[in-house]
Design a protein around this ligand. Structure first.
Ligand SMILES: NC(=O)c1ccc[n+]([C@@H]2O[C@H](COP(=O)([O-])OP(=O)(O)OC[C@H]3O[C@@H](n4cnc5c(N)ncnc54)[C@H](O)[C@@H]3O)[C@@H](O)[C@H]2O)c1
Length: 344
């Protein structure tokens, strides 16, 4: 982060900066980033209350007004400093204020470093579900400093690892194994190991999106675990972190894949062991209403022709090729209800 001024000026010509962060990250890094940028131009520091529930239109509106009040113009560059919520929310502010200004993303959670840095998706949650209002607006640069992870609670480190496990599971079995080998170092927040983990995940996600990985024709591979995860999050509100829902989603979808003969036997067990190694949840919450989960999964547009779509693995390190153009498998609702009931 100490080099952030050089990074910003390399990617954009700004006359002023606005650092936007959440209330937990502000006391940790807000002033450091503000003063680093102040050498290059006038810099404002603004924060919003931390928490997923603030990834909202209300918070978007407040931040937008605050920025306009501080004289934000088309030469202002926003610096989104924080986790995935900050990246999505501030990215959406940047996409919309004055019809779009540049922003730089400085992620401070492992989830954001592993999953959100290679993304042009910005947006906010609504009462109808997560991320339903947004825009495609990539950051002009990303500055991921793994030293910021020192203060991150263990549960958020584990949630970030879920994203890394997904990248290994869909595209690189060796990396999947290495993440498990790194378990103690990751839990001890060893910066060198965390840097290796973030780098490899970013490489894999970029390569998949660029179509550079053989046998992965579409970015659909990155949707592994997501259909169930997004359904769970829609149903349970903010009870589960993004990475926790993803861990359960990957295990449930591996199980579905095995039961319909797409995924090799043993993959669901391997995913379960990996989740346990990082103390991630591995089961659907007890007493979950399967019909409501199905409904929540369908609400995300994962449903088509009375079937729900999934990206499924063939084995650890490879997604199964689907005959459909979008790379997704369709599981009929009736069959899926029975499958989900069996795993719950
Ligand atoms: N756009 C995308 O491609 C994409 C990809 C993955 C996730 N996401 C989104 O990201 C969000 C989840 O990300 P997240 O887990 O980073 O959420 P988050 O931003 O809410 O961060 C989690 C918590 O950690 C705190 N925190 C952040 N950095 C810290 C640090 N260094 N030390 C101590 N505490 C710190 C935050 O204040 C917050 O309370 C979800 O909204 C999800 O939809 C988006």
């Amino acid at each position: 982060l100490h080099d952030i001024a050089a990074q910003v000026s390399a990617c954009t010509h700004a006359s002023q900066y606005a650092v936007v962060t959440d209330s937990q990250v502000e006391p940790l890094h807000g002033e450091q980033v503000r003063s680093a940028l102040a050498e290059s131009g006038s810099t404002t520091l603004i924060s919003f209350p931390a928490g997923e529930w603030n990834k909202s239109r209300e918070c978007w509106s407040t931040l937008t007004d605050q920025l306009l009040h501080h004289g934000c113009d088309r030469d202002t560059v926003l610096v989104a400093l924080g986790g995935g919520v900050t990246g999505d929310l501030v990215g959406f502010v940047a996409a919309t204020i004055l019809r779009g200004v540049d922003y730089l993303f400085a992620p401070t959670t492992l989830t954001a470093m592993v999953e959100r840095v290679v993304s042009d998706e910005t947006g906010v949650d609504t009462a109808f579900g997560r991320d339903l209002v947004g825009a495609h607006h990539p950051p002009c640069a990303v500055v991921a400093d793994v030293h910021t992870l020192i203060s991150l609670p263990p549960v958020h480190i584990a949630a970030g690892v879920a994203g890394a496990l997904k990248h290994g599971a869909v595209a690189d079995a060796e990396y999947f194994g290495r993440v498990l080998e790194w378990r103690d170092a990751v839990r001890a927040k060893d910066p060198a190991v965390l840097a290796k983990l973030v780098r490899r995940s970013v490489e894999i996600k970029s390569a998949i999106l660029a179509g550079q990985i053989p046998r992965h024709p579409t970015p659909a591979a990155l949707g592994f675990g997501r259909t169930v995860a997004l359904g769970l999050q829609a149903l349970l509100g903010y009870e589960l972190l993004h990475g926790e829902a993803l861990a359960i989603g990957m295990i449930v979808e591996a199980t579905i894949g095995e039961r319909i003969g797409v995924t090799n036997p043993g993959v669901a067990n391997a995913m379960t062991d990996a989740a346990a190694a990082f103390r991630l949840p591995s089961e659907l919450p007890q007493g979950l209403d399967i019909d409501r989960l199905l409904e929540a999964m369908q609400g995300r547009g994962a449903r088509r022709d009375k079937a729900v779509r999934f990206a499924l693995l063939s084995r650890i390190g490879s997604v199964a090729p689907a005959s459909e153009e979008d790379g997704m498998f369709r599981v009929p609702e009736s069959e899926l209800r029975d499958l989900l009931a069996a795993v719950s």
